[in-house]
Ligand binder design. Structure first.
Ligand code: ADP
Ligand code: MG
Length: 292
């Protein structure tokens, strides 16, 4: 490969809204056969809205929203922003002390003297806060419908389930078609639950789903595919994707995503449009074909 031809390739990349870290990246791009896609913020817009508050018996909706909203106000997670926005619209939020992010599980902190948790059921269960059967049922129902649901608890008791919904980016379905047309195998990888993941996958045409993985599990999933002899591209936007982006043979970040993800990647899709992932691979193939 002559350096000049490769640089022409990267210049064309800039026109397509693809930033390439260095010309050598095109070589690994050409060999990719599997594309692992993060869900939230990559395949979906990541802009969630609070659509429902499901309460355990004797709980107060506005108190749930106030305490959970205050806590989520300190988190940058798309779920958190949806909850905080809805809570702020309902009134002023109290201060949070000892805020903590529990990676891939949720958040915790002290609000108005209460030890509050918001996140996966697993997080609340670690503190022996179990959802009452009826609430667990309602949560599963919301998830089966394709929504994301997180639990809220404080002072040793599970109190409510917050239902948020995210939407698939209008360009994602075409992007998956383009990737498949290039002979690539798309895989959806997410920390979210199986039902939500399957629903999104079906909507955009992805057949393979790896769900309910912790952020560390994202790296393992990429390694496992590599262990099967696959050459893996990973597309992600979040802090929780950074390690997997670095592990992948080719890391692609969303320009709309976090700086950590962008730094860990080889290639950035400036406009956050997934179709540019297929463009990048097509470009790498044709650039390298020209110079052979
Ligand atoms: P994704 O792969 O969808 O970007 P994450 O690893 O960021 O997922 O989060 C995994 C799961 O942990 C979320 O689907 C949610 O259930 C829970 N979670 C993480 N952060 C928060 C938060 N700030 N508030 C509520 N739930 C959270
Ligand atoms: Mg994400």
């Amino acid at each position: 490969a002559t350096p000049t031809a490769l640089l022409v390739g990267t210049g064309r990349g800039a026109q397509l809204g693809i930033l390439i870290k260095g010309p050598e990246v095109l070589e690994s791009t050409r060999r990719v056969d599997t594309v692992v896609l993060d869900k939230t913020g990559t395949v979906t817009t990541g802009r969630m809205e609070l659509v429902d508050v499901l309460l355990a018996p004797d709980q107060d909706r506005s108190e749930v929203l106030r305490l959970a909203g205050a806590l989520e106000h300190s988190s940058e997670h798309p779920i958190a922003q949806a909850v905080a926005r809805a809570a702020l619209a309902a009134g002023k939020l109290p201060e949070v002390e000892d805020f903590g992010n529990v990676e891939g599980l949720g958040v915790q902190g002290i609000v108005d003297g209460h030890a509050v948790l918001v996140g996966r059921t697993q997080l609340l269960e670690e503190w022996s806060q179990h959802l009452p059967a009826e609430l667990a049922h309602a949560k599963e129902h919301a998830e089966a419908e394709g929504s994301t649901a997180v639990a809220v608890g404080w002072d040793g008791q599970a109190r409510a389930v917050l239902v948020v919904a995210d939407t698939v980016k209008p360009t994602s379905t075409q992007a998956i078609k383009d990737l498949k047309a290039l002979g690539l195998r798309p895989v959806l990888l997410t920390g979210d639950n199986e039902a939500v993941a399957q629903k999104v996958a079906a909507e955009v045409g992805i057949d393979e789903v790896i769900a309910e993985v912790l952020p560390a599990g994202k790296v393992d999933a990429v390694k496992k595919l590599q262990g099967e002899g696959r050459v893996v591209a990973m597309v992600g936007d979040g802090v929780n994707d950074a390690a997997a982006l670095a592990q992948a043979d080719l890391g692609l970040s969303m320009g709309t995503g976090t700086d950590v993800a962008i730094e860990a990647s080889d290639l950035t899709l400036v406009r956050g449009d997934l179709r540019a992932a297929a463009d990048a691979i097509r470009l790498a193939r044709s650039t390298l074909r020209t110079i052979r």
